[in-house]
Ligand binder design. Structure first.
Ligand SMILES: [Zn+2]
Ligand SMILES: [Zn+2]
Length: 259
């Protein structure tokens, strides 16, 4: 199938104008769950088979809570949540723990729960939604992965939340001409570069340093920034525009087809 990425949320926080990080990769698979139920109509929420979460931070998992609740009420088939073991443990212990929110890995019934947790290991290739997927570690304040989604020899790369990292770009190099688009985070404007550094994020200058590692693919393929913290998008956009030709801020509604 054609690899189709739709941006539901491209922010690292939420306001009425900015939704938290979430993408759909086709109709049955989502990547991160910061803004899923906020953005998807009920039918689309029920049509999902799986969500791959890059890490446990709330701006990437929050809507698993509301999605699980709604699907439990509708007796939908179990939604597979793919993540690192440490991420799934955090979700089980801190979110779906019967206190902060019900344990939807056992509800509405242990035989047909709303959620099913499936561990993924870095480097392992697995299939969901007609796509081949793999993860690799990046550099954030907790264990976090970047993601490669592939179909028919075409690939899209997502950085996950990360500060400067080499792994992302060796993965990009290895994809060669299969690589059709890159989504890379840029959370803070230049004046908050120090905050970006200590929290494991990028700002325009470190983003420029990262994209230099991508080499000749810059200019050949579309590059989108995401995970802008609320209220900083225009500032980041102006700074990125000055430094990097052709890099565009991702916004909700943006659709990228890997053709
Ligand atoms: Zn985040
Ligand atoms: Zn994070």
């Amino acid at each position: 199938m054609v690899l189709r990425v739709e941006v539901l949320g491209a922010a690292g926080g939420e306001t009425p104008e900015e939704a938290m990080t979430s993408f759909t990769l086709g109709e049955s698979l989502a990547l991160d769950a910061g803004g899923l139920t906020r953005s998807l109509h009920l039918e689309a929420q029920l049509a999902l088979d799986a969500v791959l979460v890059t890490h446990a931070h709330l701006d990437h998992v929050r809507d698993l809570a509301t999605l699980a609740d709604t699907r439990a009420q509708r007796r939908a088939k179990p939604l597979t949540v793919y993540g690192l073991a440490v991420t799934l443990r955090a979700l089980a212990h801190h979110l779906f723990n019967g206190q902060l929110w019900p344990d939807f890995t056992r509800l509405p019934s242990p035989r047909k729960p709303a959620l099913r947790f499936v561990e993924v290991r870095p480097g392992e290739v697995f299939r969901s939604g007609g796509l081949s997927l793999s993860c690799f570690p990046v550099h954030h304040s907790i264990d976090t992965v970047g993601v490669v989604a592939r179909s028919r020899g075409r690939a899209v790369l997502f950085s996950g939340d990360t500060g400067p990292t080499d792994r992302l770009w060796t993965v990009a190099q290895d994809l060669g001409r299969d690589l059709r688009a890159v989504f890379v985070e840029c959370s803070f404007p230049r004046r908050l570069a120090r905050l970006a550094e200590i929290s494991g994020h990028l700002s325009p200058d470190t983003l420029a340093g990262e994209l230099a590692k991508l080499g000749p693919a810059v200019g050949r393929i579309p590059i989108f920034t995401y995970h802008m913290k609320p209220g900083f998008s225009s500032e980041i956009e102006a700074e990125v525009h000055d430094l990097l030709d052709g890099v565009v801020l991702a916004r909700p509604g943006l659709v990228v087809r890997a053709t």
